[in-house]
Design a protein around this ligand. Structure first.
Ligand code: APR
Length: 252
């Protein structure tokens, strides 16, 4: 049976399969921040439709033109600070009052999950508001400094955003915690990700192989859609509040 539901159809989630102690994972990508006005990467108007990712999000790009890279991240950071979390982010906070054993595993670096009050957040790809030394890895506080200017660490290394670039490894401990959470989760929401970038994209497949029930929320189909138990063609800010109401009514 085709698992693709359109948002206006009643969903047939087996609500009685879950309770307040169920272990739940909210796995998110750039799409959950789209309704906050923050560009995604692979949508038609996304970052990678305008820029070469290798020039902006790689060691080679940073070596070749650090000013271009630092200015791109500063532009994104300023747009993010002007933006607000949307109903998708705040619904997760509502859900986390229902599901006490839930975590957020995000590919996003924008910090909107934290600003929305979400708890137990694993940032697989780092955080755009943090900086580190490109050589020794030390976290560097640039709080009131001009983040568009190239700074140097005490060790002489160049200071760069603490985000994961193409070809770089994800933070080991965070990735381990994410995989551990996925091993035991009973319900996963996969929200706003094109499911193309590994190892993050492996997480929903891993959860499915462990028997989790998976709800995908994305206006477009993804390589994971066929594996999802329900794949809703809807925006995160519209679908998540609807799902929350269904689960909240069940747990009353
Ligand atoms: N609600 C839900 N999903 C949405 C919405 C929305 N309002 N708007 C767009 N989407 C979906 C798109 O259909 C797309 O499938 O969000 C997805 C965004 O995909 P990408 O832009 O590829 O973002 P993401 O999956 O997070 O990319 C993963 O790739 O470039 C790297 O490091 C970057 O973390 C990023 C990683």
């Amino acid at each position: 049976m085709d698992s693709i539901f359109h948002a206006m159809n009643p969903t047939s989630i087996p609500l009685d399969r879950f309770n307040r102690d169920s272990q739940v994972v909210f796995f998110t990508g750039a799409g959950i921040s789209a309704e906050s006005g923050i560009a995604t990467f692979r949508d038609p108007d996304g970052h990678w439709s305008k820029y070469d990712p290798m020039k902006l999000a790689s060691q080679a790009g940073f070596r070749e033109d650090p000013d271009l890279v630092l200015n791109w991240y500063a532009d994104r950071r300023e747009a993010i600070l002007q933006a607000q979390p949307n109903a998708g982010h705040t619904s997760i906070s509502d859900f986390q009052k229902l599901f006490k054993r839930s975590v957020v595993i995000t590919q996003n670096v924008d910090g909107l999950h934290e600003r929305a009050g979400n708890q137990t957040i694993y940032e697989l790809h780092g955080n755009i508001h943090r900086h580190k030394c490109n050589s020794c890895g030390k976290i560097i506080n640039l709080a009131n400094e001009n983040m568009r200017e190239l700074k140097r660490c005490d060790c002489g290394g160049r200071v760069r955003p603490d985000v994961v670039w193409f070809g770089e490894s994800l933070p080991r401990e965070t990735l381990n915690r994410a995989f551990n959470a996925v091993q035991s989760c009973e319900l996963m929401f996969s929200i706003g990700t094109s499911a193309q970038i590994y190892p993050a994209a492996q997480l929903p497949f891993e959860a499915k192989s462990r028997g989790a029930y998976i709800i995908e929320i994305n206006p477009e189909p993804t390589p994971f859609s066929r594996k999802a138990d329900v794949s809703v063609r809807d925006d995160a800010g519209s679908a998540l509040p609807k799902f929350y109401e269904e689960f909240h009514a069940q747990f009353k």
